[in-house]
Design a protein around this ligand. Structure first.
Ligand code: ADP
Length: 645
């Protein structure tokens, strides 16, 4: 099978996974062995029972109607001695015996069909559920670097498409595989035991059909790969456009986007049509091959019966009933062969899917915790950055040699132009990433030596991008403090100046916020997120431009509550509006990932450096700024713009 790299984002890990299907059965199949065994046995039993009526019909013709041979001796494969004790001696008795077999085969067939479907479905569903939850758990634990490289769509595709594809194979594929194998083997055995010469005639198209099906798979597979790749492109485009619908409208880009969708949808159409065109030719061709086999069997068998001896090279006798059974079974024989192609196809796709799933499971990008790491124990809340350097890309440091020491309860503000690395410094404190050099310590404990859970439980984070989950306002405030009482939630909302707007919402605290909180304004979302942090009552607080999205009046109100919140806990704050951080105990000015100034507001104003200039800009003293500052700002802006492209 050609590798379908186009829709395969995890190609690299995938190649590292040996024998993914074996692993699938080893790691997940074992727990469901009982269902598997039930599935296999019931498939075999159901198929064998299905084959009884044509055999009994042939037998009835020869033994009961024409009385050419003994009923007990007429069963294919089964020795006469086994059957004889059960067969009645009279014609009528034998007829009712035949009816009885047919009734048993239908009733038993129905029961085994049910059991078979129960076994396979249960097997497949249990594995699907276990794999999906395991994959999600693993995905959640991967570090942020992994998510920066991969698109959400790719992850969704693994969690839904790949997992579903496995389920389909485990259910339909395996089910059909056993059913068809039993059928092919059993029919071949019956035909050969009746009359091996006519059986060869009936089986003559088998190699041809197999070869033809194999060839068909070779031709259709690359076409299916094209279809999957083009449907992937189409879905990404649609997903992207629906997400950006507001931008499309505001830029009058509807026609442009319609054209683009038309293009990718056209590619999908072409690829799909190409595959359909091949597929719809396959079945008529197969029908012709099957027809040749059937006609030959009918021709040779018919002549044999009419003449009473084998035509041409054929020798021996053929009873009418055997001939009827031959004809009935030959017809049933061809379609399973054609379906093997589908099963092989399903198997290969399932194999690719499980390779992707295990590739993800093997992804090493996890922040390691030391075995038996202790919990972070915050007594004072002192935070030290000791010569910290870090880069998202290991070849390039984004921040370098960052050192500062914040005593418990103090507030440290980070100031500097966009892209200077302020957020990065704080992400390291949450251990979203590990430092490349240097160490961060809280009350003397290195972040890498304590459990992640205890760290994140005690650090509260309010970011500039407020993410709200689909659900109610109340649930969003209590996110992370899942056991909070309603009173606590209301108190936190009041402290974040959010209570008033929340009570004005249609359902108050029970109002649904929409996907990502779209039903709230930016400022409202931010206040919900501040309430969330207040409710969590962390030892250390990180405010990443927490008030960037609110109007000046609300900011003043929130600032008041934040002052209260930050009063006795160690706080890190990034703020563009310097007025909000001028009372901080320490202000660190970052530029290009380096600390360029460090001190209190008054110190830094006195130094007359970058901070003093920024302060001047915000105080409206642009006229008095030295030209050199304006040039530097323009240069920096140009760099930021260039790096955005
Ligand atoms: P600030 O908060 O000062 O605006 P950031 O810390 O957000 O700056 O970003 C510093 C630099 O790191 C920027 O050049 C930005 O493009 C880069 N950066 C931020 N996040 C990532 C990321 N997840 N992967 C790669 N680069 C990033």
């Amino acid at each position: 099978m050609p590798p379908d790299t186009d829709d395969d984002p995890f190609e690299v890990q995938k190649e590292r996974v040996d024998n993914p299907m074996r692993r699938l059965f080893d790691e997940y199949g074992r727990e469901n062995t009982a269902q598997f065994v039930v599935g296999v046995l019931a498939s075999v039993a159901a198929r064998i029972l299905d084959l009884l009526p044509p055999v009994v019909l042939g037998l009835a013709i020869d033994a009961i109607i024409r009385q050419d041979k003994s009923f007990a001796a007429g069963f294919p494969v089964i020795p006469e001695a086994w059957v004889a004790p059960f067969v009645p001696g009279t014609r009528v008795g034998q007829f009712y015996f035949a009816v009885g077999i047919i009734v048993v085969s239908f009733l038993g067939g129905a029961a085994f069909h049910w059991l078979r479907n129960w076994g396979w479905n249960s097997f497949a569903q249990h594995i699907q559920h276990a794999i999906r939850t395991d994959t999600y758990d693993q995905m959640q634990r991967l570090n942020m670097e992994f998510f920066a490289d991969k698109q959400t769509g790719e992850m969704m595709s693994i969690l839904s498409n790949d997992v579903n594809r496995l389920e389909r194979f485990l259910n339909d594929g395996m089910n059909s595989f056993f059913r068809l194998s039993v059928m092919v083997v059993a029919i071949a055995a019956i035909l050969l035991s009746y009359n091996w010469q006519l059986a060869l005639v009936a089986l003559f198209p088998v190699p041809l059909i197999s070869l033809f099906t194999w060839k068909f798979i070779q031709i259709i597979q690359p076409k299916y790969a094209d279809v999957r790749s083009s449907v992937g492109t189409l879905n990404s485009r649609l997903e992207n456009n629906l997400g950006g619908i507001q931008v499309i409208k505001t830029f009058n880009a509807e026609n442009h986007e319609s054209d683009r969708v038309d293009d990718v949808s056209g590619d999908y159409f072409d690829a799909n049509w190409d595959a359909i065109d091949t597929r719809i030719k396959f079945f008529p061709a197969l029908r012709i091959l099957a027809g040749i086999g059937f006609t030959l069997t009918f021709l040779v068998g018919g002549l044999w019966v009419i003449q009473g001896e084998g035509p041409g090279p054929f020798t021996g006798t053929l009873a009418v009933g055997e001939f009827v059974t031959f004809i009935l079974l030959t017809q049933q024989f061809v379609w399973p062969l054609a379906q093997f192609g589908q099963i092989i196809n399903m198997y290969q796709r399932a194999r690719a899917s499980s390779a992707r799933i295990f590739g993800l499971m093997d992804e090493p990008g996890r922040l390691e915790e030391q075995p038996n790491a202790p919990e972070l124990d915050i007594t004072e809340g002192r935070v030290e950055y000791d010569d910290v350097s870090f880069g998202y890309d290991k070849n390039e440091n984004i921040i370098e040699d960052i050192s500062f020491d914040v005593a418990g309860g103090e507030t440290l503000a980070l100031v500097g132009p966009t892209g200077a690395g302020k957020s990065t410094v704080l992400k390291l404190l949450m251990r979203m990433y590990d430092t490349d050099e240097g160490a961060i310590r809280i009350d003397g404990q290195d972040l890498r030596e304590v459990t992640l859970r205890s760290l994140r439980r005690q650090v509260g984070y309010v970011s500039q991008e407020t993410f709200l989950f689909y659900g109610t306002v109340k649930e969003n405030i209590a996110y992370g403090t899942f056991d909070a009482s309603d009173d606590d939630i209301v108190a936190a909302a009041k402290a974040a100046e959010a209570h008033e707007f929340i009570t004005n919402l249609p359902d108050g605290y029970d109002t649904k916020v929409g996907e990502r909180g779209v039903k709230l304004s930016g400022g409202q979302r931010q206040r919900v997120s501040i309430a969330r942090a207040i409710l969590k009552d962390p030892e250390i607080l990180v405010l990443d431009e927490a008030t960037s999205d609110v109007d000046t009046e609300t900011e003043m109100l929130i600032q008041r509550s934040l002052d209260e919140l930050t009063a006795d806990r160690t706080t890190f704050a990034i703020a563009h509006r310097l007025s909000t951080i001028k009372d901080a105990d320490q202000i660190v000015v970052l530029e290009g990932g380096h600390i360029v100034e460090h001190g209190t507001h008054d110190d830094l104003l006195g130094d007359g450096g970058l901070y003093a200039h920024l302060w001047g800009v915000q105080a409206g003293e642009i006229d008095q700024l030295p030209d050199e500052f304006i040039e530097r700002a323009a240069r920096r802006q140009a760099e930021v713009d260039a790096s955005d492209d």
